[in-house]
Design a protein around this ligand. Structure first.
Ligand SMILES: [Fe+2]
Length: 383
């Protein structure tokens, strides 16, 4: 099997690593910087603490604090228009996936013009954008180390990824202290998103020795620390390990991809505005259950890492217990277990099943080839 590994220019991880930001920007000879963040992160003062480091290094810094959760192409295009006249030479995405993805999108639009939709799909970006630094404030998305940015396309009622090596950050600066004040609900949703990344890329068709090593360690870190990070957010060790787990999961799935859980989460997010992590956490056990036969040994290993006592169990029994363990983890951290609890009407399931089948990029990596009937069954079970 031939595989390749692609990474951001540099990854720096650790408590206090934020203090190196000014030096890193200076090394790039950056002069004019735009921080891209969302209103919540801005109000929490995190963008200001990032700005302070850059200002100390004598850089001119503006802040765009209107990156929306689950960002859309129209809002991205409007932001590009707003900042198009400036000549930024560095964009710093500070926040969760939405802020970092918006920074990635802006990097391309400010350099090449056009609309975000023009670059949707794989390898549609013609060349380098404005350099990006990514600073995650949640432990989850992995966007800091991926070459993907996801946007809603309201006209077409779907989510679409811009996928290009030109979206890689020059520097992914992962300082866990930026996650210390992340509220429990967001900690839960983003943490189970990271777990989904690790499980999907570990069991997916594109899995390889390199990404497996990362995915296994990510699952271990996340399963061992997610409950504590949600229930006791001041536990720094749990926070640090979650940041590390999400980062490692990001590198793993950034290279070996995610699969059907994310394929189902896309229409749930774009039609019912369910936060990405909540959608994944809810759907994960139902998709695992359907997928077991596609890669029984790996699902049994996942079960073991989720805490299932393996002694005396067949692979099938162990893998099946893994489904229950994933559900128990989601339940423990407050993720709803049924779509009806989110107000999704039963009548919407057929439309969602059909929309799922369009997400061919992700379904192609699923360990089991899913028919429309399989997908219908998953939606019904999850309801
Ligand atoms: Fe995700």
């Amino acid at each position: 099997m031939i595989y390749q590994i692609m990474l951001p220019g540099k990854i720096r991880f650790g408590v206090g690593s934020l203090d190196t930001l000014g030096d890193e920007a200076t090394k790039l000879a950056a002069k004019q910087v735009l921080i891209v963040t969302d209103p919540g992160v801005y109000q929490a003062g995190l963008a200001d603490s990032v700005k302070e480091r850059l200002s100390k290094a004598k850089l001119s810094v503006d802040i765009f604090s209107e990156a929306e959760p689950e960002p859309t192409f129209p809002r991205l295009n409007a932001a590009a228009e707003q900042f198009g006249k400036e000549s930024y030479d560095l964009l710093v995405g500070v926040g969760g996936g939405s802020s970092m993805d918006t920074a990635k999108g802006l990097s391309i639009l400010l350099a090449h013009g056009g609309k975000g939709q023009d670059y949707g799909g794989v390898d549609k970006v013609p060349g380098s954008g404005i350099p990006i630094f990514t600073l995650p404030t949640t432990a989850g998305t992995g966007s800091e180390v991926t070459k993907i940015a996801i946007f809603g396309d309201p006209e077409k009622g779907r989510k679409l990824g811009i996928v290009s090596p030109y979206l890689f950050a020059r520097l992914a600066l992962v300082d866990p202290t930026l996650t210390y004040r992340c509220p429990p609900k967001v900690t839960a949703a983003s943490g189970i998103d990271a777990l989904t990344h690790a499980i999907e890329c570990y069991t997916g068709n594109k899995a390889n020795t390199f990404s497996d090593a990362l995915a296994v360690e990510a699952i271990r870190l996340i399963v061992g620390n997610l409950r504590t990070a949600v229930k006791n957010g001041s536990d720094k060790e749990a926070r640090n390990r979650m940041s590390e787990g999400a980062l490692i999961a990001g590198i793993a799935f950034g290279n070996s991809g995610v699969a059907a859980v994310h394929a189902l989460a896309y229409p749930l997010g774009s039609r019912f505005h369910v936060p990405h992590g909540v959608a994944n956490g809810l759907l994960l056990p139902y998709v695992m259950e359907c997928n077991l036969s596609g890669n029984l040994p790996k699902y049994a290993t996942v079960a073991q890492m989720l805490g299932v006592e393996m002694e005396g169990l067949s692979l099938q029994e162990a893998a099946q217990k893994g489904v229950e363990a994933a559900k128990a983890l989601a339940d423990d951290i407050g993720i709803p277990l049924h779509l009806r609890d989110l107000g999704v009407p039963k009548e919407a399931l057929e439309e969602m099943a059909v929309a799922t089948m369009d997400v061919t990029r992700l379904l192609g990596n699923n360990p089991k080839e899913l028919t429309l009937d399989d997908v219908r069954r998953i939606w019904q079970n999850a309801w």
